[in-house]
Ligand binder design. Sequence first.
Ligand code: FES
Ligand code: FES
Length: 160
Amino acid sequence: MSTRINVTVNGTKYDHRIEPRLLLVQYLRDVLRLTGTHVGCDTTGCGACTIHVNGKATKSCTLLAVQADGYEIMTIEGLSQNGELHPLQEAFNECHGLQCGFCTPGMIMAALNLLQYNPQPTEEEIRVALEGNLCRCTGYHNIIKSVQYAAQKMKKEVAV
Ligand code: FES
Ligand code: FES
């Protein structure tokens, strides 16, 4: 048995028939081939699969794809515009906020959610916002610096 879903992902509309048991992260990776969204645990623990669903950071292994029917989704692939890195992508590069990079798409999507609601967060607020995202490489300090760098850059862009 398959079920029909309509979703908008990174501004493009999709209409597919899928298995009702398919997780949203599997739909993104295996059907749409948007493999920037990673699977670290499959059980809501690591945050590697974080995307935005209707504008809010969501772990895409926690939803069935059919539950996203009619929703707007943004993945890491939707972040850069006109070939320019998003300030958060630039920041993780500049501040060495990644090593292996496995956690990075989820970190960036979670950080973007924070900056959308709180453009100038304190260090503690950043740490709390990212507590659902695990990194096995960096020790987190440079991830915090990256989010602070992006917040400053986005503030300047708004001021221009
Ligand atoms: S793969 Fe979704 S939280 Fe780990
Ligand atoms: S950079 Fe390797 S898990 Fe975070």
